[in-house]
Design a protein around this ligand. Structure first.
Ligand SMILES: [Zn+2]
Length: 423
């Protein structure tokens, strides 16, 4: 009779095979079938059958002396876990292992444990350590785990350990920083800011967020380290790090779109400020207002005549409509001005004058190297010629060397900056 094997029997074979695989993975220098038989409490014949199957699948190989070692199939399985990471690391680790004559590895954090993702032994040495792909140990123990902890603390130093994971074995590790996928973290670019006093959202023009526990809610849903920053600050950071203001020490980023926001970055770091409102320039009053600008339009923040009510896209459209009686979006106003429409041209000229007055306030206080414009209205090419010229009338300096540039990363700068919060 050809009865199928009982379920228990099949599971037992699989279980033994897996245990043999773990045994091989953990052994210093491979395992002989006799040793494996003794350790697993089975006969050598069983070990030969199990090993034969594992060898067929490439998970185990037999070395020249007949000892069982991990096979390249394990590598392929491991690659499935973190394909890009393992792919990129392997040639580098191979070189490192052979140059240093030591086992080289890339270890990642998984919860509170360090897991060896890729381990490469030198091709030319007989000394082997018991560090294999998939080896796990607490982050606090061993050079690799402690290097990960140091990296999280912003410390890129080399960590050395002696005998922490294996007697007589030395570990040298350094955190790998700035590579996507090595550690997951989340940066959130948000309208408004988190109140330093309550931790709740404040100052958001998405007013439904105000007073809400965004940080706590996200922390509950995402078990990852989170950082929050105002979206205009994120924008300024993105442009300061590797965008239109790359290399500048002091950068003021301005978003002129549906709203008007600003952010300050010094030496590649966002300046959040004591009240988490640094750069919150859109709700200052428009400087030197003329009679027709007083008291100014009402703002969602409860005040009137805020810079935002003049420099945002709706602000420009409102001003144009008020003067001409015509409705048009900012892009259409610009198109009309280009065709010689006097009303549209006048609206843009007023807009540029207001932007110059508003920015002069920033220049007089912060004196940034570069001002970067983002948002829909940053597409108005004429701003970059006219505003710097007008700026000179209001800035307390005989010469204005501040440059006004258009964002290099456009709408992506907000999310890019949120990611840069982790640098
Ligand atoms: Zn306001």
């Amino acid at each position: 009779m050809n009865d199928p094997p009982a379920r228990g029997e099949t599971a037992q074979t699989l279980d033994r095979g897996l245990r043999l695989l773990y045994l091989v993975a953990q052994a210093n220098s491979g395992v002989s079938p006799t040793e494996a038989a003794a350790q697993l409490g089975v006969g050598r014949a069983v070990i030969y059958r199990l090993a034969g199957t594992l060898i067929e699948h490439g998970l185990v190989r037999r070395d020249r002396s007949g000892r069982l070692r991990l096979g390249p199939g394990v590598l392929q399985l491991a690659r499935r876990v973190q394909p890009l990471l393992a792919e990129a690391a392997l040639p580098v680790l191979r070189r490192l292992a052979d140059d240093a004559g030591a086992t080289a590895h890339l270890t990642i954090a998984e919860g509170s444990e360090a897991v060896a993702m890729v381990v490469v032994e030198p091709t030319w040495t007989q000394f082997h350590v018991a560090y294999r792909m998939g080896s796990r140990h607490p982050l606090e123990r061993g050079a690799a785990g402690r290097a990960i902890l140091a990296g999280r603390a912003g410390d890129a130093e080399v960590v050395v350990s002696e005998g922490e994971l294996q007697p007589g074995a030395y570990g040298v590790a350094t955190p790998v920083l700035g590579v996507d996928g090595l550690a997951a973290s989340v940066g959130v670019g948000m309208p408004g800011a988190l109140s330093p006093a309550s931790g709740l959202v404040m100052n958001s023009n998405s007013v439904c967020l105000n007073g809400r526990a965004l940080a706590q809610d996200l922390a509950r849903l995402l078990p990852l380290p989170l950082r929050f920053e105002n979206d205009a600050n994120c924008f300024a950071l993105s442009e300061a790090v590797d965008g239109a203001a790359k290399g500048a020490r002091a950068v003021f980023g301005v978003i002129v779109g549906t709203g008007t926001g600003g952010g300050l970055v010094f030496d590649g770091h966002v300046w959040t400020g004591r009240n988490a409102i640094a750069g919150e320039w859109g709700h200052n009053p428009l400087p030197r207002p003329g009679p027709e600008e007083t008291p100014g339009p009402p703002c969602y923040c409860g005040r009137t005549g805020c810079i935002e009510t003049w420099l945002s896209g709706p602000g420009l459209a409102r001003d144009y409509a008020r003067a001409s009686g015509l409705r048009a979006e900012p892009a259409e106003i610009a198109a009309r001005a280009e065709k010689g429409d006097v009303g549209a041209e006048a609206a843009l000229a007023r807009y540029e004058g207001r932007m110059a007055r508003a920015l002069a306030g920033i220049v007089n206080v912060v004196d940034p190297d570069v001002i970067v414009l983002g948002g829909g209205l940053s597409n108005l090419q004429r701003l970059y010629e006219n505003v710097p010229r007008l700026l000179a009338q209001h800035v307390m300096s005989e010469e204005v060397r501040t440059t006004l540039v258009r964002a290099a990363h456009g709408d992506s700068s907000g999310v890019r900056g949120a990611a840069w919060l982790w640098e």
